[in-house]
Design a protein around this ligand. Structure first.
Ligand code: ZN
Length: 101
């Protein structure tokens, strides 16, 4: 059984920093673009939905290991576009039926 710390070891190589880079970037950009959406309710559920939607849409190529691929990976502008679309989707169709509840 792999322990929790080593759960992102792939074929003997840790890919934890790659995962973190991906997630950190998404959080950073979401924080940046969320203020553009005045009708967002800022509830926990919607934030989790937006984060999940954004992370899931980041192209696989971004997660490739190795400096070369990471440098050629998705641009901040592309992540921003995905983030904005995710926010818009959750605002229009939140998991809870009544906005803000
Ligand atoms: Zn909400």
């Amino acid at each position: 059984m792999p322990n929790k710390k080593n759960s992102y070891v792939l074929d003997g190589h840790s890919v934890d920093h790659v995962r973190n880079r991906n997630e950190t970037k998404a959080v950073q950009i979401l924080n940046e673009v969320l203020s553009e959406f005045k009708d967002f309710d800022h509830c926990q559920l919607c934030i989790e939905d937006i984060y999940g939607l954004t992370i899931n849409q980041l192209p696989v190529r971004y997660i490739q290991v190795g400096g070369l691929n990471l440098k050629k990976g998705i641009s901040d502008d592309e992540i921003r576009k995905i983030a904005r679309e995710s926010i818009q989707r959750v605002i229009e169709k939140p998991s809870h039926s009544i906005p803000g509840k």
